[in-house]
Design a protein around this ligand. Structure first.
Ligand code: OGA
Ligand code: NI
Length: 358
């Protein structure tokens, strides 16, 4: 059923490479020239005394969604709708998740990655489930690799949640990770209702189509070590997230995430205490990637909110018409995710390759 048993090559921790003090990066992290980031324009992006306003993804205040004023709620829904249509990416503030919890969750993961390699090695993952400490996505032999390590774990469904696979150190890690998951999953539920209403459906229809109580939720904590040649590589290659929604808690100090807009890569400037939200392939996604730098390492927490894994994914009946037919054949999320887990990040070629030839 699942042919992903082991990694095709020995795993090298990018953090160890970075800390070894090498001045040039190994060949397998060097991207072909066309795929390299153009870091110069990124610097321009961040020049604050630039006359041109810097382009950034929309920032949406969710405060009014939790209040009783319908007109204000509708206005918020409209901003989410246009952000989804125009960008597929936005930041949310006043989202209800404790700022203190966001800070401590990020901090505890930073501490985890600072632990000695032998400690982290106990959680070394395999491509069967990807759970644990990893340093590559995809199992293609000889593939170019990304400049990052990560930790992947499951929250939901409950049958997959196994706290003994979560880091035992730092001592507060498991409790913080659990509390963080509870609060962020709840926020995802609210956002799903908003998307449902924006699609012209009842607020529970899209959440129900995702499996209601049985949705999937998992966390990937990305660690991007300092890189001596950031212009030759990427922290995470262009990809779209396979699931429904992603809530990213970025590093407060270091930018890195870039969102594709036509042929440009826009560097996201994180707002304090905000989450970066993006819609995944199950709703219609946007390509993004991560750049690295030589000065600072970077930590980000990506919580993926996914459909129940064995449901057949297809458009809501209400939304399909003769003139607006389904674009993709139905398949389960389990089947879909296997693509990503085999090939690793490769832009949107995955989802595009599935389009029906109509
Ligand atoms: C991801 C992702 C962005 C980041 O984990 O899928 O896109 O800034 N992360 O780390
Ligand atoms: Ni992503």
């Amino acid at each position: 059923m699942n042919c992903l048993q082991s990694w095709p090559e020995p795993i090298v921790r990018v953090q160890s490479l970075s800390e070894s003090g090498i001045k040039s990066i190994p060949e397998r992290y060097i991207k072909p020239p066309l795929h390299r980031p153009s870091l110069k324009s990124t610097d321009d992006d961040f020049r604050t005394n630039n006359d041109q306003p810097r382009m950034n993804i929309p920032v949406i205040d969710l405060q009014n969604m939790f209040g009783q004023d319908k007109a204000l709620r509708d206005e918020t829904l409209r901003s989410v709708s246009s952000a989804c249509r125009e960008w597929g990416f936005f930041q949310v503030v006043n989202h209800g998740v404790s700022h203190e919890l966001m800070r401590s969750a990020r901090e505890v993961w930073r501490q985890f990655f600072k632990l000695p390699v032998e400690v982290k090695q106990e959680y070394a993952n395999s491509p069967t489930t990807y759970e644990g400490y990893g340093s590559r996505l995809g199992v293609e032999k000889g593939a170019k690799l990304d400049w990052s390590d990560y930790f992947f774990l499951h929250y939901m469904p409950h049958s997959l949640r196994n706290q003994s696979k979560w880091p035992a150190l730092p001592p507060s890690c498991r409790d913080l990770v659990a509390e963080y998951g509870d609060q962020v999953v709840k926020l995802c539920g609210e956002l799903m209702k908003m998307l449902s209403v924006n699609l012209g459906l009842g607020e529970d229809q899209l959440p129900d189509a995702f499996g209601g109580e049985n949705i999937g939720a998992c966390l990937r904590v990305n660690f991007y070590p300092k890189c001596p040649q950031p212009d030759l590589t990427l922290g995470l290659s262009p990809h779209s997230d396979p699931g429904g929604l992603t809530l990213l808690l970025p590093d407060e100090n270091v930018a890195g995430l870039q969102v594709r807009r036509a042929n440009n890569w826009i560097t996201v400037k994180p707002i304090p205490n905000a989450f970066i939200v993006n819609i995944g392939d199950q709703i219609q996604s946007v390509e993004h990637r991560v750049i690295v730098n030589s000065e600072k390492e970077r930590v980000s927490l990506a919580l993926f909110y996914n459909p129940k894994s064995d449901l057949l994914i297809q458009p809501m009946k209400e939304l399909v018409t003769k003139n607006r037919p389904a674009l993709y054949p139905p398949m389960t999320y389990d089947e879909y995710r296997l693509f990503m887990r085999t090939k690793g990040p490769c832009g949107k070629t995955q989802v595009d390759s599935l389009k029906s030839n109509t």
